[in-house]
Design a binder for this molecule. Structure first.
Ligand SMILES: Cc1cc2nc3c(=O)[nH]c(=O)nc-3n(C[C@H](O)[C@H](O)[C@H](O)COP(=O)(O)OP(=O)(O)OC[C@H]3O[C@@H](n4cnc5c(N)ncnc54)[C@H](O)[C@@H]3O)c2cc1C
Length: 289
């Protein structure tokens, strides 16, 4: 329960942080809120020799608009997402999702960047980022690059981040005014990771038909899932029961959850479908044509 020994570093700029991580290579690790990494270190599932704490890097904080996008610094906490009036007005899905992550104590220090960079399929924000079409800003010794969230996740704890790179910000295109949204999560108790969860963003035409739809699924595969085929089935429909059922079946078909303490694989697949149907109904209620 006590982590292996490590050396602690506290840079004050992205340049310094990236320099340290480049110097330490595989032996260095970025530290954000520590609420995934420190438990892993205590279990000795991770034993970095150097921890590069990003808490002193002020340029990694904050939420701002940039044209039609909102840009959120990687070190912005989940609590700050909940408190942001800008996000509540423009991308309320982020507040809804943050409120079902862990508990207030975790959310005060757990960061958005840590949640999406971690690569744990149980994290809630990655599927939401796939649903929203987010882009991740990354900086390494070789410079800066941008990676679409939909191309970022490779496997459990495996992402497109190269050793020594840090995630600096998350860029999200603001969904259309009047969009409907929902994040529905089944968990065994408050503070638990999802048995299955679904994120939905949709827009409706004047006649009530779906004009656009995007769906993300949490914790039902080794990576978060973007359920494009399921969403495409719904476009043009009025979300009638038969079409929703077809979309749910298409979403269930791309899941491959593990059987674990949250239930057997078949149950978790079915719960992904139930969460999706609920998220679609809630998003429809909220959408304004
Ligand atoms: C009791 C408990 C319950 C929880 N329940 C949930 C839950 O229901 N849903 C959920 O989504 N999460 C849950 N979490 C996890 C929590 O949200 C974490 O805070 C989050 O997963 C990681 O964010 P962090 O800032 O703590 O990152 P850290 O733990 O510091 O880092 C996590 C990983 O990401 C890397 N990393 C962090 N920031 C960066 C960066 N900017 N660039 C590159 N790499 C980076 C680290 O090197 C590390 O590998 C729970 C945690 C606890 C302790």
């Amino acid at each position: 329960m006590i982590p292996a020994a490590f050396t602690y570093h506290r840079p004050t700029s992205v340049k310094e942080a990236v320099g340290l991580l480049a110097q330490f290579g595989e032996e260095g690790r970025a530290l954000a809120g520590g609420h995934s990494l420190i438990p892993m270190m205590k279990l000795r599932l991770a034993a970095p020799e150097h921890l590069v704490d990003l808490a002193g890097v002020s340029e990694l904080k904050g939420i701002r608009t940039d044209g039609g996008d909102i840009v959120i610094g990687a070190m912005t906490t989940q609590h700050e997402l909940i408190a942001s009036e800008l996000l509540s007005a423009k991308i309320p899905l982020l507040r809804e999702t943050s409120l079902v992550i862990a508990d207030p104590q975790v959310r005060y220090v757990g960061t958005l960047g840590g949640n999406v960079a971690n690569g744990d399929p149980g994290n809630d924000m990655p599927a939401v980022m796939l649903c929203l079409g987010a882009t991740y800003h990354v900086t390494g010794k070789g410079g800066q690059r941008r990676i679409g969230a939909r191309e970022f996740y490779r496997g459990a704890y495996s992402t497109a981040l190269e050793p020594g790179e840090i995630l600096t910000a998350i860029r999200i295109p603001v969904p259309a005014t009047g969009h409907g949204y929902a994040y529905q999560k089944l968990k065994r108790k408050i503070g638990d990771y999802a048995t299955a969860a679904a994120a939905v963003v949709l827009t409706l035409k004047g006649g009530g038909e779906v004009a656009s739809c995007s769906i993300g699924l949490t914790n039902v595969a080794a990576t978060p899932l973007w359920a494009k085929e399921a969403a495409d089935i719904l476009v043009g429909s009025r979300l009638d029961a038969a079409t929703v059922q077809r979309a749910v079946a298409a979403a269930e078909a791309i899941t491959s959850p593990a059987s674990d303490t949250r239930g057997p694989a078949r149950y978790r697949t079915k719960m992904a479908g139930v969460m999706l149907a609920r998220a679609l109904a809630r998003a429809k209620e909220r959408a304004r044509a």
